[in-house]
Design a protein around this ligand. Sequence first.
Ligand SMILES: Nc1ncnc2c1ncn2[C@@H]1O[C@H](COP(=O)(O)OP(=O)(O)OP(=O)(O)O)[C@@H](O)[C@H]1O
Length: 473
Amino acid sequence: MNEGLHSSSHDSDGASAGQGLWQACAEQLAQDLPEQQFNTWIKPLVAQVAPDFSKVTLLVANRFKLDWIRAQYAGRISALLEGLYGQPVTLELALAQRESVVRTYVRPTAPDTPATGDAPSAHPTADEAPAGAFRTRLNPALTFETLVEGTANRMARSAAMHVAGSPGHLYNPLFIYGGVGLGKTHLVHAVGNKLLQDRPDAKVLYIHAEQFVSDVVKSYQRRTFDDFKERYHSLDLLLIDDVQFFANKDRTQEEFFNAFEALLAKKSHIVMTSDTYPKGLANIHERLVSRFDSGLTVAIEPPELEMRVAILINKARAEGSEMPEEVAFFVAKNVRSNVRELEGALRKILAYSRFNQKEVSIQLAREALRDLLSIQNRQISVENIQKTVADYYKIKVADMYSKKRPASIARPRQIAMYLAKELTQKSLPEIGELFGGRDHTTVLHAVRKIGAERQQLTELNQQLHVLEQTLKG
Ligand SMILES: Nc1ncnc2c1ncn2[C@@H]1O[C@H](COP(=O)(O)OP(=O)(O)OP(=O)(O)O)[C@@H](O)[C@H]1O
């Protein structure tokens, strides 16, 4: 399988070990990716591995491939290398001929342009895409089926589904905004994929705003504006990602305004994403901002705990692995910021599990994520215990202080008191105070009761174990 994989090292001593690291990574990718993807993008890569393994440089044949690998695979490769080696590995992508090293696995960076100028970006344009491969630029893997629903994205998702089902009617334009890695790109691809599934002849284009800027500049340079207009104005559905990148690009904004008006006039649909709501956009013409806001504007929020757990379990399954719920809970509790980070954590855990041939467990997750967890270096507080226990038993945090007595609430509360005594330096009266002003004897009773039951009941012991592991990070 690996005959086509090349590897070289900066010195001959490290050569075979370096080769081993890259080959192990590539073998994993060969298993994880569809064969065609692997053969097209990964197999031709030449790896240079630093003797101490701290850095892997992948040499890529051309700019287009480099951008694509950076966008699609760098995060995954990086996590795999790190998982295999057990320590951070810097990943770089460089052009093979010129060896000019390009920074990698970050989001596409904004072109370095003067405040009012438009300049071509590093993205390939539609004309440069390999024949047939990226006509719509849709990623077929990003569908509604693979997008986990939760409170955080419910409104955006249902509006997007509506648009995919009957484009050109309600919610035009649809403007989706939210922080990084929350699934905006995924959602817009899902709209395109769904529409194409129902109407394979529909003209759909997904484009990142930077690519649009680049297209505008190129058509100015080459005087091919008619082609440009023909391409954009004839679409049935335009999906445009990260429109905040239009800031200060005057000509681009003008062309986008024209395309926008043309598309709306012929009842084509426009779906846009941004990191902020329309009025929060800086350096974008007022007439454009008011157009952005003229359909439906919806936010995507950071996913809540249960959604994060569901995402982890689903994604692990999609990778052919089962992630036990308690492990997903542990990871979701510790990785909160966004879905991209959650995916990164999952990849690390799966790579670590495969490489060490160990089953996925909390202990393994803790080892695989040790850097991430040590950064957090969290101090265990009573509030944290109350929140974690409430999440775990699906009760409200407020019930930790309330006077309610049903067993479904009283028992988790006792468990939280027990953990507070066990994991913090607080005294019994202090803990009682933090549990809604309860007497210290109530706390003592809970501590003794749970401590004794833990010896008898395997299930309780197991639950406490999960909670302790989660809290200790
Ligand atoms: N609800 C979800 N269910 C499943 N996967 C999700 C969900 N939300 C996000 N993801 C995944 O998380 C990753 C990051 O999402 P995406 O690229 O869509 O984020 P984004 O909001 O566009 O971020 P950015 O602003 O950085 O471009 C993707 O791999 C996406 O498939």
